[in-house]
Design a protein around this ligand. Structure first.
Ligand code: 9MR
Length: 369
């Protein structure tokens, strides 16, 4: 009797341990692996990270498969004067991405903010076209064949759906929009070309963006995608508003990317939403409640919010090409300074010591359901 039981128990243990091993082997070990078949997972990188800051280098390589320069490819930095280009940091970004086997998303070619002062001062259409052409040729041209996708135009639509009264609109009229996409496609025909903006879930703005994009499409210009900056909050936009927007943009026949994702956990000063950098509010204690750490209930609520959002992204994985976080850890985030300077915010997946947060673990379970 004893002789029969022993081998059976041994076989059972062996079978169990083999099964465990197989399950472990296929278990994704990073967020980019989890969604490898679904969409790219990206992050914005700052100067320290581009320079290879050792405290985050392996995390960035492990978790993300596409990088965006948080600042160094914006015109005031990469092209501060008419005949001056600063390619040192962007070149380093491309080298880092190559070393890590990551793609690069280019941000951004035509944007009213962080705009080179000499372009901001232009007053006539011909000079503006000439300056933007030179800018696009130099910047997109330098990285031709190395960029996965470009934000060609950034933040050209207001909350009410009207076109922003930017220096581009004032000098060139609304024709600057299709013109910019045509110019980008001439210089870099192989990258996906995006229109990127914040507050993309508001009805009026969404309608305005769709109207504008249709005109770009009707002009024959190449446009491949819509970037929805995800500078969102705990209770808005709703999952339904995000879903309706993904569907509406996708219905244009374009890819959708969730760009610049972060979830603000702090009280929102009245009248501020989106990422209108010109807005600001005064620092008051009640607007900065978590200076000593994120309370457990808020951490759990943030984890649920991220899980709900990623469940939606996963549901629409056939429409979504990329999800990019706007920063790696909470300490890096621009949200510590906007719209109130000097707050302690917790919008990302890694804490100030680069440790995974509850929100990270919640996202890693999204596909189990
Ligand atoms: O995160 C960026 C921050 O470091 C800069 O100070 C800021 C200046 O405008 O730009 C931030 O990134 C913005 C992005 O380029 C475009 N969408 C809104 C983002 C947050 O302001």
């Amino acid at each position: 009797m004893k002789l029969r039981v022993l081998p059976l128990a041994f076989v059972a243990v062996l079978a169990w341990s083999c099964k465990e091993k197989t399950a472990e082997e296929v278990k994704p070990e990073s967020i980019k692996e989890l969604f490898a078949e679904d969409f790219l997972i990206g992050t914005a990188v700052n100067n320290g990270q581009i320079n290879g800051d050792a405290s985050q280098a392996s995390l960035i390589a492990k978790e993300f498969n596409v990088l965006t320069a948080e600042n160094v490819m914006k015109s005031s930095l990469i092209h501060p004067e008419e005949d001056t280009y600063n390619f040192e940091m962007p070149d380093k970004l491309f080298a880092l991405a190559e070393k890590n086997g990551q793609k690069v998303h280019g941000h951004t070619l035509v944007w009213h903010s962080q705009l080179s002062p000499f372009i901001a001062a232009i007053e006539d259409s011909a000079s503006m076209a000439e300056a933007l052409k030179a800018h696009i040729e130099a910047v997109a041209g330098r990285y031709k064949g190395k960029v996965y996708s470009w934000d060609v135009v950034n933040e050209a639509v207001e909350g009410d759906g009207s076109l922003r009264q930017s220096v581009f609109l004032k000098t060139m009229g609304e024709g600057y929009l299709p013109w910019a996409f045509k110019m980008a496609a001439e210089v870099e025909p192989d990258a996906d070309l995006y229109y990127n903006d914040y507050s993309m879930t508001g009805k009026a703005k969404r309608d305005g963006v769709i109207k504008m994009v249709k005109k770009i499409q009707e002009s024959g210009a190449k446009i491949d995608g819509i970037g929805m900056q995800g500078h969102w909050h705990m209770d808005f936009p709703t999952i339904q508003e995000i879903e309706e927007s993904i569907l509406a943009y996708s219905a244009l026949g374009l890819k959708v990317a969730i760009t610049e994702l972060d979830i603000d956990v702090l009280p929102n000063p009245q009248g501020v939403s989106g990422a209108e950098i010109s807005q600001s509010a005064e620092l008051k204690a009640e607007l900065d409640p978590y200076t000593d750490g994120l309370p457990a209930d808020v951490s759990a609520a943030l984890a649920k919010r991220y899980a709900d959002i990623f469940a939606l992204f996963y549901k629409h994985r056939d429409k979504i090409d990329r999800v990019t976080f706007w920063g790696v850890n909470d300490g890096d985030s621009w949200k510590n300074g906007f719209p109130v300077q000097g707050r302690t915010n917790y919008p990302l997946l890694f804490d100030r010591n680069n440790q995974r947060k509850e929100a990270y673990d919640a996202i890693m379970k999204v596909k189990d359901k």
